[in-house]
Design a protein around this ligand. Structure first.
Ligand SMILES: *[C@@H]1O[C@H](CO)[C@@H](O)[C@H](O)[C@H]1NC(C)=O
Ligand SMILES: *[C@@H]1O[C@H](CO)[C@@H](O)[C@H](O)[C@H]1NC(C)=O
Length: 228
């Protein structure tokens, strides 16, 4: 959240955690001081009885210049010169608003609602699965469709919490992802964030995803990471 002149920008669904600013409180402040309130929204969300949105894989309005530390991790097993996304202003985006218009035409508002509900259900399913499996730890309780978690291999479980364990845990996600890419079975992103070492970040948006895919992902992580 930041205040620029008479504009206050809040976020509904941050990229890494899917966290929300307290929008109703911010709206009160904007009303009091006559500020324009802008909300960057990752998906649809009913804000003060009104719908506001951008996103849906297609940015439509602003240019943000930043080093995207959550993208394009350098510690991969292939030549990262092939990750061309951070060499363009638009990153992975192409024609912007047309995609939104076309998708809305095709699916309708209700179609979006079904899609979002399905993504939220899958996120909740993954969250419950992670809670019930002893080799996984959640980074935080998810607010949206982003579920962030660590896989703790059995060898690491024996090491008490502390810098040594953190150092080893930091290497787990990159190694598992490298194996996933080599085997070609599945793929999931990971990154460190703030004081948190590398963790997996699963974000649901594909309506074709099934619960069995979620199970498969967790089983693959265990299969590829249990000897680490
Ligand atoms: C929602 O937004 C529209 C368009 O700006 C406006 O006309 C309408 O009054 C708003 N509804 C509510 C409940 O704030
Ligand atoms: C989506 O989920 C919300 C909250 O559970 C529910 O009120 C709504 O009816 C659902 N929409 C559809 C289209 O199923």
């Amino acid at each position: 959240m930041g205040i620029f002149g008479t504009l206050l920008v809040a976020t509904a669904g941050t990229t890494v955690y899917g966290a929300f600013d307290p929008l109703d409180n911010i709206a009160d402040i904007c009303k009091k001081y006559g500020l324009w309130m802008h909300v960057d929204v990752m998906l649809f969300r009913n804000i003060a009885h009104n719908y506001s949105f951008i996103g849906l894989k297609s940015g439509t309005s602003c240019i943000l210049m930043m080093c995207a530390g959550y993208l394009f991790q350098p510690d991969k097993q292939y030549d990262t010169a092939y990750d061309t996304g951070d060499k363009t202003i638009q990153c992975g985006r192409h024609v912007d608003v047309f995609k939104l218009w076309l998708m809305w035409k095709a699916k309708g508002t209700r179609g979006f609602e079904i899609l979002i509900n399905k993504s939220l259900e899958l996120a909740e399913y993954l969250y419950k699965e992670l809670n019930s499996r002893e080799n996984f730890e959640l980074v935080f309780d998810p607010e949206l469709t982003n579920v962030c978690f660590w896989y703790i291999p059995p060898n690491l479980r024996r090491i008490p919490n502390g810098p040594e364990r953190e150092k080893l845990l930091h290497q787990v996600a990159p190694k598992i992802k490298a194996r996933m890419i080599e085997e070609g079975t599945t793929i999931v992103s990971y990154q460190p964030h703030g004081d948190k070492v590398n963790f997996f970040r699963m974000v649901f948006s594909n309506p074709a995803t099934r619960k069995s895919d979620v199970d498969f992902l967790l089983e693959e992580i265990e299969r590829l990471g249990k000897d680490l």
